[in-house]
Design a protein around this ligand. Sequence first.
Ligand code: HEC
Ligand code: HEC
Length: 344
Amino acid sequence: MKPVASGNVARTKLNGIAIVVVASLFFFGCAGDERTAKGKKHYNHYCSHCHGESGQQGDGFNWERMPDPRPKNLASNAEMSTFSDKEIFDTIYRDMRDWEDPKVLDDENYFAVPTMPTFKYTLSEQEIWGIVAHVRTLHGMSFTYDLDARQKELEEALQAARPDMEATQTAYDAATEKVEAAQEAYEETLTDEQLDDYEPEEISLPEEAVFLIANEKFENAKTALENFSKRPKRTRIKSPDLTISEGERAKQAALGKKLYTDTYGCNGCHSINDVGGLVGPVLDRAGFRLNDTWVYRWIRNPQAMKKHTRMPNLGTSDADAKALTYYLGTLRAPIPENPIPEAG
Ligand code: HEC
Ligand code: HEC
């Protein structure tokens, strides 16, 4: 036996391990690089007008035009290092504030600046994590959040919700069958004449309520997992019924005006009478120029009408989108102070 030979074998083995280690570092490094590169692309498209490509205050063309508070300096390590990756994510992903919801009103930590729009309804969760990874590079930090664990958590939540949904559905089906059988048995005791007048009673089964709760939990877990890797569905919005009495329309328009600034921060991107952002078109004469059915459908889901528009889907409810539509409908050319006298 020559000891040299075994040494060679050992070395070859070590080399093999080294190659695997280097290759996997390369692989994971690439996945991270690719994520950050995509994040940069999305940041430049959806964020840079307000935050600037560099993240510095005043760099984005819209920065000066935004109402206070304006964004912090995303390029400042001192300011941004106080945020965790998850906190940056939550800033971009949160729901717009629902001012009617007492739970939200009581929550002092709720991110309450409406002119920072949500991207929850526009991008996938993974895409937003990519944006976070890019934001980290703007102030010289690296992204450390464990995305695999996050995906696993969502998968496990779905797995946990399924048996509950199935069990409550079985119980609900069995209860329905029992009620139907009892009803049929009762109907058989009736004469033809009695049967003509007979209307079966609507029974609300407690099993139904239990099932609906479990089913909602299941559906939410399913959507959350889908939205992790895919953008929310761009479902076509049906044409709304916008007929309303004059008095009610004025009330709804006043509510819409409040929602416009206080909840959805539309003024961060649009200007009216030269006040507000410049990202989207000026809305001074929106009521004159635009069709209200179109406006409603646009507000509900801009991506369904124009895939890559910079206007995010803000998650407006049917009622809020209607109020906003009635408000925009009031924006017409200003009434001249000295109207031109009518001819004749
Ligand atoms: C319409 C303008 C606008 C757009 C578009 C916008 N933001 Fe903001 N953003 C703001 C404003 C205004 C604030 C300040 C909120 C505050 O002070 O609480 C802010 C705050 C933030 C913060 C927290 C730091 C801070 O300034 O308090 C982060 C992080 C952030 N935005 C990231 C993003 C990312 C990423 C995007 C794109 C996906 C984006 N924003 C799109 C206006 C915008
Ligand atoms: C992050 C910026 C941003 C926010 C926030 C935003 N918009 Fe927009 N909006 C745009 C952009 C950009 C367009 C132009 C769309 C395009 O052609 O891609 C647009 C287009 C529109 C249009 C069509 C205007 C026209 O003349 O064609 C309406 C109406 C509108 N937005 C209403 C709203 C309302 C109401 C809100 C608040 C609920 C809102 N927007 C919030 C950026 C924004």
